[in-house]
Design a protein around this ligand. Sequence first.
Ligand code: 0X9
Ligand code: ZN
Length: 419
Amino acid sequence: MKFIVAFLLCLVVHSCLSEKVRYDGYKLYKFTPRTAEAVQALVELEQGDFSEYNFWSSVGPVGIPVQIMVPPYKISEVHHLAERVGIDAEVMMENVQDYIDAEERPATYDTGFGWERYHTLSEINEWLVNLRDTYPEVVTLIEVNATYEGRTILGVKVQYPTSNVSQSVFVESTIHAREWITSATTTYILNELLTSTNTTISELARKHVWYFFPVFNPDGFQFSHTTDRMWRKTRVPHSVLCIGADPNRNWDYHWGVAGTSNSPCTEIYRGPEPFSEPSCRVMSEYIDGIADQLLAYISFHSFSQLLLIPFGYTHEHIGNYDKIYQIGLKSAEALAQRFGTQYRVGTVYETIYPAAGSSPDWVKGKYGTPIVYTYELRDLGVHGFLLPPEQIIPTSEETLDSFITIFKEYEAYETNNVV
Ligand code: 0X9
Ligand code: ZN
């Protein structure tokens, strides 16, 4: 009897099946609500318990598109709803599984740690250990313990012995498990800081102490490789049927005031209390230890091509908003120069949707760190989280251009007080 119950539970949550979750016939829609009633309908879908709609972006105000993955058996229901309440619907992907399959078959395939395919957690961690072994004078390995499943969150500190700098830059990526392009891009940037012969990059590398944590949510990231490519949250079981909290809603700064849910089955579940998620708690403790030297905190998400400024919990602007906005514009301009990729710049609250309890809000709010940005990398929803591996290098190159520009422009501003 016990076995049967356990088996049935496994079937329902399909998290303990060894087979991968498939998304055959699932469609990705871009829904644009035209009325307040339409926004309300989307909020109800997002907040609903056991909702089978998977939100690829959260609900914002009227006119702001929301990307939702819809299972085949919900397609006619969603069309009726859209018509009834006033939502424009556009199909972005006819069959999500096709995109997952394509991602697994890159056109070229590097056998080592290159940037032509996506890597697993153990490959990324091995690469970080290797960096320490290759550059022992410069790279220190940081092991932060531990996640819910007992994993170490691995990071590196890069500090050139010649540099007499005290200001640090902290880089966070893949706090959302399915956003694979983010750790691919930050490992590329880290590699460039260590190996580039371009003097702008090598000089910048020597100007700061760098902390890189490519995979902030290793439990979720591992699960997105082994079992469910669309996994976003942590792996802490918060209810019988629903696992995980949104690690970017769990930080202890105006926790839960806007753009979150108290329902464990939603993608934006904030957790039962601030820092309920071990991975967020241990990283916050680590950051607390180095916060007084922090010049910048940059987090990487995907997708939507945005350079975001705190806050997400309020419409109020940060103290140095004007400077950070102007630098953001220059940075987006630099990004566009290489391939023409267009980014928008603005606060989280005003540009996308309210979202409280994120790590950048916590860092900015608690420590007043001068430079805090969040990247939402490529694309605009054609591939969404399933960005083809062929786009890793171009995405990384253009992002590096803008990343460098942030520091160049900030320095120029500090020296001349003009941007
Ligand atoms: O909703 C989020 O957590 C982020 N978007 S995503 O589609 N990657 O999930 C945006 C959060 C940005 N928040 C702050 N920088 N404060
Ligand atoms: Zn994200």
